[in-house]
Design a protein around this ligand. Sequence first.
Ligand code: PAP
Length: 325
Amino acid sequence: MESSETRPSEAVSSKTHTENLIATLPTREGWSTPLLLYNNCWIRPHCLNDAMAVQDKLKPSPDDIILAAHPKCGTTWLKALLFTVLNRSRYTFADHPLLTVGPHQLVPFVALLPGDLDRAEMLPSPRLLSTHLPLPLLPPAVSTLGCRIVCVCREPKDAFLSRWHFEKKLHQGISLGMDEAFAMFSEGCTPYDPFWDRYLEYWKESLARPREVMFLRYEEIMSDTPKVIRKLASFLGVPFTREEESGGVVEQVADLCGFTSLSSVDPNRADRVEVEHAGVKLVVNPSSLFRKGEVGDWVNHMSKDMAARMGQLVAEKFKGSGLTF
Ligand code: PAP
């Protein structure tokens, strides 16, 4: 999820540490808000404070589970899947929290949603947390303590398309043409990007520490959801029992968390929910998180030329990494 700033930060009066830092950071116009470059990550000014606070306030515990999802790559879906897999002995499918509460309310979004860092502190162990932040911006203890990290990426053309649609809906009234948006995305100048650096940071970590870091793609979850659910359960140390397998629990998890089911639940159909964050009014749109939920939708929107340019960029950036799209 990303949130939009609807009021400039005039609410902040005195010069804070963040403001002083901001003054030293490279800045440029983004799709709809300015962006700052912080540790090789373009970030919206109102998210920077939280991103920095994570280093001090998030106290990792060895049994933490962190979903590190790049924007529009499957955060909502994986929040639902991870929550359901981890809590399957606590809830029945007929009376499951996901039927009344959105995935983003069940799993805190560290460094994005108001109060979620505080909420994370209050969760019982093992905590399930999520973030869009790059690995280097998470506290080093996340790695040294061996917290489990589940990363998810998505084929870049589909990820771009999903982000562009979301942005236009979030910032109604802005004119953001696809060409202009695509140019900035390809330069790596969109929030939490360059995407290739984000994908590669987590990809390399998953190769180095496969027992602690699992790397997924949206496309593989889509192509065989039950297989991924089993992989997740084993990775988290809670594999499905024979009874669960024969009772169809894996398929029930897939159905409950599938696009059709989640997108039809009331809290996920809400439009324009306003929240206050650091004196700034933010708008979040739960319904915008459920657009189409398909693989390869780019083909219906992007020109062949754009696709070819992205193909070239991807080949160049991921060359030799073993990560292909
Ligand atoms: P976020 O980064 O803002 O949290 P995220 O949930 O990662 O968003 O991505 C939203 C995308 O996942 C949307 O893709 P689309 O624009 O191409 O349609 C959304 O439809 C898709 N999505 C959300 N929930 C599911 C789901 N349960 N199954 C499959 N796709 C889903």
